[in-house]
Design a protein around this ligand. Structure first.
Ligand SMILES: Nc1ncnc2c1ncn2[C@@H]1O[C@H](COP(=O)(O)OP(=O)(O)OP(=O)(O)O)[C@@H](O)[C@H]1O
Length: 443
């Protein structure tokens, strides 16, 4: 990688919001909702490097890749390619610039037009951009096929005659046809067999060396990203949680989300040797993302309010109970009971039993280690026994983490490594953050 001071691509405050209203009436009645798929993303790509983008399904990786290349129109923000702002250039300029910026799709089965021959699939961008005609076009197509490891004789064949790996090679040849500078590779190997994945990754690396390409490499598979990337950006719910050199981001991990992603890689995994971290719940909806740090609803290292002295596990569990109680209308959903007994006849079960069922569901001990917190919890469970969920939620509202209130900035571990987590804000005591058991406390 040849890192230069000026990035080849710079993304500033990029947003892509989808409006889910299905028509005029929805819009008129305000029934549409806004999906914040990409929300205020800043990134840089340096010439000749591979920037990996990782995160769970639905966190906005594809939307980010497509918005960067203007394949979909961003809601806000700027994308500069070699200093030129892509969001602001005329259509003619954009068409010219777009030859430098190509996209490789995830699914090599769906992304190639089944009615076109391989020659026409690869020849299409040559025609559209007036790059080559006649014999020159034929030769160029043959050359491109050979560059990606296929025979030049394949031009008259159709996509269905090829394996998945071969089809992805055809997709790569098509992207290379216009002699690009940057390629966004969107999960280019995730639909392929493991043995074929390695071949395609090697091909991409060889092409990068040969043509000096810069890649944005989108993947949910951390081992693949770790293998191919010079730098990595970790995305969560439309935002960048952490970005930095691959080694700095993964070994050891800093952001609790990065740590959880690493621990979830199926074993054996060279990147993670400790215990597996289970995140509570699924990724929240990007329609109404959580306040403060968007990861606080699942973060195993959520910072504790200075008013309590609980273990980290107790604190995570009590905040889980609070969040669930605030989002439910049924006491039963807060218990391990699956026979409906709690809701059908709450008065028939004792307060003690309800208490036990709730503590079991949220992995809370019979008695919290902090007496004041225990009093609040017991009172809240009393209110739940009386069927007063709103009152119980109000009481549990005493458990507030700073992570719910404060949106983390990007803290700089060094010039190249940014971490959006309050644990790295000097305002919080993170001395115990590596232990995983002692609570992390607000100063
Ligand atoms: N056209 C659309 N209209 C409305 N919402 C959309 C649209 N496209 C994507 N989304 C939503 O935007 C969010 C981000 O989706 P996106 O596909 O970018 O995520 P991703 O990280 O690439 O996921 P995956 O790995 O599953 O492809 C998701 O909640 C998704 O449902």
């Amino acid at each position: 990688m040849t890192k230069q001071s000026d990035p080849i691509l710079r993304v500033e405050g990029l947003k892509k919001y989808y409006d889910t209203s299905s028509g005029f009436i929805d819009s008129l009645l305000g029934r549409g909702q806004t999906v914040k798929a990409v929300d205020d993303v800043d990134l840089e790509l340096h010439e000749g490097e591979t920037l990996g983008i990782v995160g769970e399904s639905g966190c906005g990786k594809t939307t980010l890749g497509r918005s960067i290349l203007q394949l979909i129109e961003p809601t806000d923000g700027n994308v500069y390619y070699r200093g030129e702002e892509l969001t602001d250039v005329s259509n003619t300029q954009l068409r010219r610039l777009k030859t430098d910026l190509q996209y490789i799709f995830q699914d090599p089965f769906a992304s190639l037009n089944p009615r076109l021959t391989v020659g026409d699939i690869i020849g299409e961008p040559l025609d559209v951009h007036g790059i080559a005609t006649g014999q020159e076009r034929t030769e160029r197509i043959g050359e491109l096929l050979e560059t990606v490891g296929l025979s030049a004789n394949y031009t008259r064949r159709y996509p269905h005659e090829f394996s998945g790996g071969q089809r992805q090679r055809i997709g790569i040849a098509r992207a290379l046809a216009v002699d690009p500078e940057i390629i966004v590779c969107d999960e280019p190997v995730s639909a392929l067999d493991v043995s074929v994945q390695a071949q395609i990754l090697n091909l991409l690396e060889d092409l990068q060396d040969e043509f000096g390409l810069s890649y944005i490499f989108i993947a949910h598979d951390l081992s693949v990203v770790e293998h191919i990337s010079d730098r990595v950006a970790v995305m969560y719910l439309g935002e960048i949680a952490e970005v930095g050199p691959t080694q700095a981001v993964f070994s050891p991990p800093h952001h609790p989300y990065t740590e959880a992603l690493l621990s979830a890689i199926p074993e054996p995994d060279p990147l993670w040797e400790s215990e597996r971290i289970t995140l509570s719940g699924t990724v929240p909806s990007p329609i109404n993302p959580p306040s403060g740090c968007r990861f606080h609803t699942r973060c195993p290292r959520i910072i504790q309010s200075k008013e309590y002295d609980l273990t980290q596990t107790e604190w995570r569990s009590i905040v889980d109970l609070k969040l669930h109680a605030g989002n439910t209308e049924s006491v039963e959903s807060l218990t391990t009971s699956d026979d409906g007994a709690v809701d059908v006849d709450r008065s028939a079960i004792s307060n003690d039993r309800l208490d036990r069922l709730i503590r079991e569901e949220f992995s809370l001990p019979r008695e919290l280690s902090d007496p004041e917190a225990e009093t609040i919890l017991s009172e809240a469970i009393d209110r739940l026994h009386a069927g007063e969920i709103a009152d119980a939620t109000d009481r549990l509202g005493a458990f507030v983490s700073p992570c719910e209130r404060s949106t983390p900035d990007h803290y700089r571990a060094d010039d190249t490594h940014r971490i959006a987590c309050l644990l790295y804000d000097s305002g919080f005591d993170n001395a115990d953050s590596d232990s995983g058991t002692d609570a992390i406390v607000e100063n």
